[in-house]
Design a protein around this ligand. Structure first.
Ligand code: ADP
Length: 157
């Protein structure tokens, strides 16, 4: 089984994440969308809410699972029998950051490969950070988040 973990904060999930995921689904037998829980980090939305939104978006995809974990991503991958870490790349800055993490992860576990997927140009300026800013400013985020959950995000403002 080719199992990939797509780790992230997903605070909240955007159409950029969804694009990377939907394009990656044919490449793997299973993708685990795994929310990394960092007790030091402040999130805008609670873990349960972030998970529920992702579950709603991928409810019809039998080979996509939504989960959460604490600690190192490489340890979580081992625990879940995953051989691949999936990450999205929007820019050269993303690439530099992801390259460092991927090299570190590979040096700690040579069986684990990081797969970097490029975002299309039209999604390359979309980030959870921007979406959070718009929500906090009481703006409309519907063009940046999956349509199934856009109205719920407005309620959370
Ligand atoms: P993290 O806090 O780990 O960066 P995010 O939820 O912000 O978590 O991102 C998870 C992954 O999704 C990262 O690989 C990030 O580069 C990617 N990603 C985020 N937004 C986009 C986008 N608009 N297009 C492509 N990839 C994206």
């Amino acid at each position: 089984m080719k199992i990939a973990v797509f780790p992230g904060s997903f605070d909240p999930i955007t159409i950029g994440h969804v694009d990377i995921l939907k394009r990656s689904i044919p490449l793997f037998d299973k993708i685990i969308i795994a929310i990394g829980v960092n007790t030091q980090k402040k999130y805008l939305f609670p873990l349960e809410q972030r998970m529920a939104w992702i579950e709603k978006v991928f409810k019809d995809y039998k080979n996509v699972e939504v989960a959460h974990y604490q600690g190192l991503t490489i340890n979580y991958c081992k625990e879940r029998g995953a051989g691949y870490i999936l990450r999205g790349i929007r820019s050269a800055a993303d690439f530099e950051y992801e390259k460092t993490i991927a090299h570190l992860n590979h040096s700690m576990n040579t069986n684990l490969e990081t797969i970097l997927m490029l975002s299309p140009p039209e999604y390359s300026s979309i980030s959870s950070t921007i979406v959070r800013e718009i929500i906090l400013g009481k703006g409309d985020v519907s063009m940046f988040v999956p349509s199934e959950i856009a109205s719920e995000m407005k309620l959370s403002q």
